[in-house]
Ligand binder design. Structure first.
Ligand SMILES: Cc1cc2nc3c(=O)[nH]c(=O)nc-3n(C[C@H](O)[C@H](O)[C@H](O)COP(=O)(O)OP(=O)(O)OC[C@H]3O[C@@H](n4cnc5c(N)ncnc54)[C@H](O)[C@@H]3O)c2cc1C
Length: 520
């Protein structure tokens, strides 16, 4: 049976424990969500469970870039860059043009910097050639031209800037739209449901993994899910789950922490900055959600993944590194609205984490569970398809032989031109009663045509058209929609991941209390 969007948690738990699934995916980050979406499209009966909120861990702590990865050119990985570009352009053109937006990037070249203008000029030219010049030709511009695009760019010692094109997104929103796509395709999903143990065939510790024991983190209910095959897509927790399968499993990955800051922006920026810090690392300064996103750090991490956060030392490092290219007046601590950190999953092995390859790590355990971690947000559909293919070819063919072909370009829900949606939202009502253009734009670029469903809530109850906080564009209808149609169950789900309140520093105690009342 298909579980409708908006079904309550008890109903979903009942459905999860009632059936035997072809595939149970543990972990509702973007990797698990992608495999779930692909498996449902291939006609499989698939369930996905997530301990916290969908994309609540690494997948909402990224640099929000949909990119080819300029730095991979340095290691000569031309094929990888071309693949990433293809996927980037597919997302921006066919899959999610309402959620993924083009952005031009400048690489400022300073006297004494780690790379010269000739090398960077050749680099951005090759980078643009690898995407068939779809975003224009990479080139070198003068300091004056660079400063007209980014007024806060530091001018002392600036020799030139290299220019290239990529895309950006709001990662949490793209993730929740992908969860919705998976459910539309027939998957059953539940967040705030933690796997606390694995089911084994014959109840035997050395048997095959045949499902999982779960605990609902919101009300403590315990339940189980049976499946022919179980996929561990728990990102930084991947080895924790592997040890549930086999207490002696050797570590397969290591972790590197990356922190970011969000700051209020004083001037419009027409481009982002990619500032080389040393031979390998860059510091990003990216216009995002009317703010500025700065980061990131790259440092080995050995603690509990649940405890990862941006520390004072991270904040100092990010501001210091941004200061290579951004003027001090744009880097004042009082302008910080949010700081966050996530964990990169890197293949285990020796060497500096900043030089390690960003690959997907796939292992199969003694109980037959496949574990997958790592990779990029940008290529999530590609990784999802690849993992599904791997699962379908496992010895003994546990998924059977008749998986349907996946259509190459199934769009995310709400597909539309965001400009068209914003215009419709704005012109829908009579002059004098029109939606604020900033609110309309915010809805259009985070929901696509689903913004019309959100707007319909306002028609029924005009108070839902009010802003949640006067300084931001998010409105109460979004919180109601998040609760009823986007699996938001906690205040953080709403303020951090369904809306932009936390990012903008607007999740005040009063706002949190009012959202808590709404959820209750
Ligand atoms: C700092 C940083 C910046 C990045 N920037 C970019 C970028 O700009 N562009 C790009 O393309 N890529 C970027 N990436 C990479 C990208 O963010 C990751 O590859 C991607 O988010 C990984 O997703 P995931 O689903 O594997 O992991 P996660 O998002 O961490 O998901 C794993 C999930 O498993 C859940 N889980 C754990 N244990 C259990 C359990 N027992 N039961 C149920 N669920 C459980 C967790 O709660 C978690 O939500 C960045 C990564 C980092 C760290």
């Amino acid at each position: 049976m298909n579980i409708a969007i908006g079904a309550d948690r008890a109903e979903i738990r009942h459905e999860l424990s009632r059936a035997t699934y072809d595939l149970l995916v543990i972990g509702g980050g973007i990797l698990g969500t992608s495999v779930t979406w692909m498996a449902a499209q291939a006609g499989l009966r698939v369930a996905m469970v997530e301990a916290g909120d969908f994309a609540g861990a690494t997948s909402s702590a990224s640099s929000k870039l949909v990119h080819g990865g300029l730095r991979y050119l340095q290691t000569g990985n031309v094929k990888l860059v071309a693949e990433n570009h293809r996927e980037r352009r597919a997302l921006a053109a066919d899959i999610a043009p309402h959620l993924v937006k083009p952005l031009s990037f400048l690489v400022p070249i300073y006297k004494g910097g780690p790379h010269g203008a000739a090398k960077l000029g050749a680099g951005v030219f090759l980078y643009s050639a690898l995407s068939v010049f779809g975003d224009g030709m990479g080139k070198v511009i003068t300091p004056h031209q660079a400063m007209t695009r980014v007024p806060a760019l530091r001018s002392e010692g600036l020799r030139a800037a290299a220019v290239y094109g990529d895309h950006q997104m709001n990662d949490s929103r793209v993730a929740v739209m992908t969860v919705r796509a998976a459910v539309d395709a027939g998957a059953v999903v539940l967040n705030h449901a933690e796997v606390v143990g694995l089911r084994k065939s014959g109840g035997n510790a050395t048997g095959n993994v045949t499902g999982a024991e779960l605990r609902d983190r919101l009300d403590g209910t315990e339940f189980g899910v049976d499946a022919r095959l179980v996929l561990n897509a728990t990102g930084p927790w991947v080895d924790h789950l592997r040890r549930m399968e086999d207490p002696h499993a050797a570590p397969s990955i290591r972790l590197s922490k990356g922190a970011h800051l969000v700051m209020r922006r004083h001037d419009p920026w027409k481009a982002a900055l990619t500032t080389p810090i040393d031979k390998y690392r860059v510091s990003f300064a990216i216009p995002w959600e009317d703010h500025l996103l700065l980061g990131t750090t790259d440092e080995a991490y050995e603690g509990d993944p649940a405890d990862v956060r941006a520390t004072d030392a991270d904040i100092a490092q990010i501001l210091d590194e941004a200061g290579h290219a951004v003027r001090d007046c744009q880097l004042r601590r009082e302008d910080i609205t949010y700081a966050f950190a996530g964990l990169r999953v890197l293949p285990g092995g020796p060497g500096q984490v900043s030089a390690a390859k960003r690959e997907t790590v796939v292992t199969r355990g003694a109980g037959g569970m496949l574990s997958v971690a790592g990779g990029k947000w940008t290529t999530y559909r590609h990784i999802g398809r690849h993992v599904l293919e791997t699962l379908s070819r496992l010895p003994g063919r546990p998924l059977g032989d008749d998986l349907a072909d996946i259509l190459p370009a199934v769009p995310l829900p709400g597909l539309a031109s965001p400009d068209a949606v914003a215009m419709r939202l704005w012109t829908e009502r009579e002059p004098g009663a029109r939606m604020d253009p900033l609110v309309a734009r915010n809805l259009a670029t985070h929901y696509g045509t689903i913004a019309f469903d959100v707007a319909r809530l306002i028609r029924d109850d005009p108070s839902l058209g009010e802003r949640i906080h006067p300084d931001g564009p998010d409105i109460w209808a979004q919180a109601v929609y998040a609760r009823d149609h986007e699996w938001a169950a906690t205040v953080d789900d709403v303020v951090r991941r369904r809306t932009t309140l936390t990012v903008r520093g607007l999740d005040t105690p009063d706002v949190r209390t009012r959202i808590e009342q709404l959820l209750a």
